[in-house]
Design a protein around this ligand. Sequence first.
Ligand code: SF4
Length: 770
Amino acid sequence: MSKVKEQPNAENPEELTGLKVTEPKEWAAGIPAVLAAFKDVLEEENPVRGMRALLHMNQKAGFDCSSCAWPDPDDDRSPIAEYCENGAKALAWEATNKKLTPEFFAKNSIADLARMNDFEMGKTGRIAQPVYLPQGGTHYQPISWDDAFKKIAANLNGLSSPDEAAFYTSGRTSNEASFVYQLFAREFGTNNMPDCSNMCHESTGVGLAEVIGIGKGTVTLNDFYDTDIIIIMGQNPGTNHPRMLTALEKAKKRGTKIIAINPLHEAGLTAFKNPQTVKGLLGISTPLADLYLQVKINGDMALLKALEILLYKAEQENPGTVFDKKFIEENTVGYLELVNSWHQYKVADLANEAGVPLSQLQEAANMISHAGKMIICWAMGITQHVNGVATIKEIVNLALLKGAIGKSGAGLCPVRGHSNVQGNRTMLIWDKPKKEQLDKLKNFFGFDPPRKPGYDVVEAIKAMHEGKLKFFFSMGGNFLSATPDTTYTAEAMRKLKLTVHVSTKLNRAHLVHGEETLILPTFARSDKDTTGGIDQIVSCENSMGVMQQSQGMLKPVSDQFLSETDIVCRMAKATLGDKSVVDWDKYASNYDHIRTDIEEVIPGFKDYNKRIREPGGFYLPNAARDGKFKTAKYGDKAAFTVNELPQNNMADDEYAMTTIRSHDQFNTTIYGLDDRYRGIHQERRVIFMNPKDIASAGFTAGDKVDLYSYFKGKERVARLFVIVSYNIPERNTATYFPEANVLVPIDSVAEGSNTPTSKLVYIKIRKHGA
Ligand code: SF4
């Protein structure tokens, strides 16, 4: 066992793994998706276990896929395969019966583990008992649950203020665990509850709440089957929400038009071979996008404005046929201000700014003008920009002009990336809770929750750096790899006194730690949870506001797992002791008790225990979906807003870089080294560049380069990437997250939401080692 303490690497090793490039695909799924779905499951030691679990995934009485938040059908579900390739990979990843024994940790130091890449680390197996790293230690060692909770309690009670602690939540955490988690944090005395939503759809929540009164989407899955046009912006459903393709295919069958707006040409927006149909298995694809607008990175605002102006011209030529004037008059404010704001723009300039030919914009406007019902979908390509909130409000402008909110077959569809990220926020996991939410907690539970706003993710990282945070608890997730500015974030985490991670498998955040650290093993979604001696169910909220039950069925591979809910309840008891006004034992004994109390303090959960057991669950109330708007700023109206065009200026030798996910990846979890649809195999350290840019910079595809970002004079560097020639707009580039996160400046955030701008970083590209 090494006695010399080596600083573990906060990033993936700077090593190439053997890039092979093939032609990008023009269609998604098909037989390759079926083979890929089963490959990971069949490669596990006990494939029967994984195959059995797949039959229960996303079924009404089964467990919810722990990957994305795309909804399951309300009505009939396929009895054999209500999941996609990525859902199957997620299942294989968590259902493995490989375990990390004390011998594994004794053999592998933290520095050894850090030499693995994320893919190799994820393959090691399930963490099977609580482990602890003492101050100055080089190896994790086993610790009992009791001792782990004693350490946590001693640390928390030793802080000079509750605000020296932060409690992070990842989007996998169930409603029940989230509710008790926020309750504990607030009874302990802090609103420091950063969550993964701060890094993804926070811009959506802020933008929509301001102008339509609710920070969530307004559509149901059935609206997709009753609409005329679907616009998909800054989203790659083929990789990140694959079952959305089934919904798009169904929509296409009834004649719905699709406009895709994205800087990269993605297979999953182009065509779909549905592997659940004979046609798909025979290799016959359904074309998806009728029009593909290959916008420049962050050209979306210019594109939206151009569309609005073209639609306005069409409306003037044929009054009453393009805009929904009745809807605008009855339900909105700010229409005239918006129309007046357009006078400052020339459509040709906007087209140029967007990087899309005017003829294509005209074609899009023609399609939209003839559509009675319209859905607009978006994801991180819109939210993770300085102007993310403003672009979302511009999306709402377009929807309001068409009266496309609050009626069947129309609405807004922000597509969430992690299975219960929306539910976490509904359960009050929020660093900036509303006064009325805290009042309800106070009135029901009888303690006074803190009123001071807490830290979001970016604020928490800075507070760690400044020594204001000493204790960090991570409920799931991989905080280090999910966050921006890896070097800065790693420095921040190393300044903490105690870091605690509730996890199923090892990840890089376990290796970059405070003075001491704990890893607490928990159930995966597919594991059977018999806390308190009964078969427990939990619940999750999908992207469309449906609350559904989830019940794992696999025998856990270790008898040392505790549920997330149980961990919180035991931590609360150990920390608060007799001072607590909450009966934590009761909550842990039967999650029904938690749901009973949720019903009392969060609107929309009447008869929660009964309705969550109904097949398919229930929809949460959503006034905007019903055509009712109640906003803090505009009363009972939805608001048109005038949003500025962003200044996407860069120096002559700079490129716009966006971070993307590969097809063998879910957020920070890496299932493999391929990105099949984009023709990338066996490598993640690549930079996609336009062939003209490669030539004019004097490079050749295959060259090794280093990437630099300069934000406010500070240099950041990501070394050793391979150039791939790709269909991407000139001066635009793309790299994989989390490898390029090191280039994303902590201070570059979306205005209004503080979301890191991971979709636009200006970089310089130099020959490797130059
Ligand atoms: S679409 Fe999303 S939720 Fe559904 S199975 Fe695939 S990864 Fe899981």
